[in-house]
Design a protein around this ligand. Structure first.
Ligand SMILES: O=C(O)CCC(=O)C(=O)O
Ligand SMILES: [Fe+2]
Length: 318
């Protein structure tokens, strides 16, 4: 039985110390470490659906480097940014403010722009911001490694074969897997904004798990089991990790894809500041059939590709 005391953030989202399992740790962590961390992850993912990971081994300067490069891109003229426009199923490139809708509510306007990267060798604004591609390439390598380690512990925690998720996530960030790194920019809030304006509407993520690096502005909220919105404040040095729809389907709701949103901050100073975040959405390989691991029929089996395309069509269709 576990006697390990779990640290908690101010908002009841657990902090899991990744320690040996972080990037740079031993390549073959012990069964004992995997079991302990796996149980901690399963515990958190079956309650609030989110954890802060500390000691994850990805240096803060790598994320700062990305944020400063991405800011250079988002500061460009709109017409320049639109040369790199993303398609619906083609997960690469720029999405202008108001183009994408994560919430299903009609009267909400989302004040956000983003740049998605599925292929590190794909389309990039090399001419305008030459430092972006190498910085993204570097972070993607670390995020892939970290995700596979987290997923290995999770498999053990769920009582599955240790390699279950590694073998179903072989091709991350390629043409046969929808995993992508998203650079997000929430511009300073205009002095007058409509009642329905927000930074990011309430939604669940589509994939297996999501790694989120947020800056210090805040505004992210997570819906708890009782339906109350609790804030997921930035905790310096940590990565926030949450469950996506696919992992919820796979585990027949044992692990929970929790709704979350980003509000316009109440403090005027924070309204005047832009907010930046970097998000790594982890998806299974396209052909993987997502069917309940416990044999139940809560959800109809669907391939990772079909599920993700359906969700993208809903997001961009309006
Ligand atoms: O920017 C954030 O903190 C969260 C963004 C998010 O939830 C998403 O893009 O799915
Ligand atoms: Fe999200």
């Amino acid at each position: 039985m576990k006697d390990h005391k779990q640290q908690r953030s101010t908002t009841n989202i657990p902090v899991v110390d990744l320690g040996e399992l972080g990037v740079g740790g031993p390549e073959d962590p012990s069964d004992e470490v995997l079991q302990r961390l796996g149980e901690e992850l399963v515990q958190a993912f079956s309650s609030i659906g989110f954890v802060y990971l500390s000691n994850h081994g990805i240096p803060a300067h790598k994320v700062e480097e990305i944020n400063s490069c991405s800011e250079k891109f988002f500061m460009l003229e709109s017409s320049t940014k639109l040369k790199y426009k993303r398609g619906v199923a083609d997960i690469q490139g720029y999405t202008e403010p108001g183009q994408e809708k994560l919430t299903t509510k009609d009267d909400v306007r989302e004040l956000r722009e983003s740049y998605d990267v599925r292929l590190v060798d794909g389309v990039f604004p090399d001419k305008e911001v030459g430092s972006l591609r190498p910085a993204v390439r570097d972070l993607v390598t670390s995020c892939k490694l970290l995700s596979l380690r987290v997923l290995t512990a999770l498999a053990v925690g769920l009582g599955l074969e240790r390699s279950f998720f590694v073998s179903t996530h072989q091709e991350m960030c390629s043409n046969s897997n929808a995993t992508c790194l998203r650079l997000l920019y929430y511009p300073p809030v205009p002095p007058t904004f409509s009642v329905g304006a927000t930074r990011c509407g309430a939604h669940t993520d589509y994939g297996t798990i999501t790694l989120l690096f947020q800056d210090n502005i805040g505004g992210l909220e997570v819906r708890d089991r009782e339906g109350a919105w609790v804030s997921a404040d930035p905790v310096p040095g940590t990565i926030l990790v949450n469950v996506g729809d696919i992992l919820q389907f796979w585990t027949s709701d044992k692990l929970r894809a929790t709704e979350h949103r980003v509000l316009i901050p109440k403090e005027e100073m924070h309204q005047k500041s832009a907010r930046r975040s970097v998000v790594f959405f982890v998806h299974p390989d396209d052909p993987v059939l997502i069917k309940a691991l416990d044999g139940s029929s809560t959800y109809n089996p669907i391939t990772a590709k079909d599920h993700t395309e359906k969700r993208f069509e809903e997001t961009y269709k309006y």
